[in-house]
Write a protein that binds this ligand. Structure first.
Ligand SMILES: CSC[C@@H](O)[C@@H](O)C(=O)COP(=O)(O)O
Ligand SMILES: [Zn+2]
Length: 210
């Protein structure tokens, strides 16, 4: 099996799992997986598709600049530049972007702080952090309509081979060394977002949550 086919299958599996979670509303979301390092190429979702559907036109191979690396009628994701920034600056192997109601609410609630901070949750261990009472923080950036501008701002928050950024009233972009790690981190962030939104509502209702 060629490396492209192997990576295609791996990304298709992650895409199906995120689809099963109903995280691809209204064609939103984009995913990618690195295929080669030198030269850098990665498979990225084709733009504008319903990512819940599985077809043989789901992904296309692009280069370090996010341009198609081979002849195709498909258009790479509108947000391919963000993926390219991550692969160009880190050893990440996979990038996942989803829009959920909870990640949008958290991005709006904490936008003025420039980040959202979470602590006191066992699931934080999914980030490989084992200290008691550890806190995790996710930066929140403005949602520029101009993608090169968004990618430049986003690049300021790419600090390692695994990470995540919330784009205000838009969605989350998560990356990891492997597809497994990226998906694990995405699920952990979405757990924390959902927990916090529910917690705030329960607090508001006067229920005894911390
Ligand atoms: C209705 S989705 C809005 C898009 O602009 C974008 O944010 C998105 O996540 C999907 O775009 P795509 O070009 O299909 O990757
Ligand atoms: Zn998006």
């Amino acid at each position: 099996m060629s490396i492209v086919v192997k990576k295609w299958n791996e990304l298709a599996e992650v895409k199906a799992e995120l689809a099963a979670r109903d995280w691809f509303f209204a064609t939103s979301g984009n995913l990618s997986i690195k295929v080669t390092d030198d030269p850098l190429t990665f498979l990225v979702t084709a733009s504008g598709k319903d990512k819940r559907k599985q077809t043989d036109e789901d992904f296309l191979l692009v280069d370090a600049a996010g341009k198609p690396a081979e002849e195709t009628n498909l258009k790479p994701s509108a947000e391919t530049l963000l993926h390219a920034e991550i692969y160009g600056r880190t050893n990440a192997g996979c990038v996942l972007h989803v829009h959920t109601v909870d990640n949008n609410l958290i991005s709006e609630l904490y936008a003025q702080n420039g980040e959202a901070v979470f602590s006191g949750q066992e699931i934080i261990k999914a980030f490989g952090i084992w200290e008691e009472n550890a806190a995790v923080r996710i930066p929140i950036i403005d949602n520029y309509a101009d993608i090169p501008t968004l990618a430049r701002e986003f690049a300021n928050y790419i600090h390692g081979d695994a990470g995540a950024v919330l784009i205000q009233n838009h969605g989350i972009t998560v990356w990891g060394r492997t597809a497994f790690e990226a998906k694990k981190h995405l699920e952990a962030w979405e757990f924390l977002f959902r927990w916090q939104v529910k917690r705030l509502l329960l607090q508001r209702a006067g229920l005894p949550v911390g």
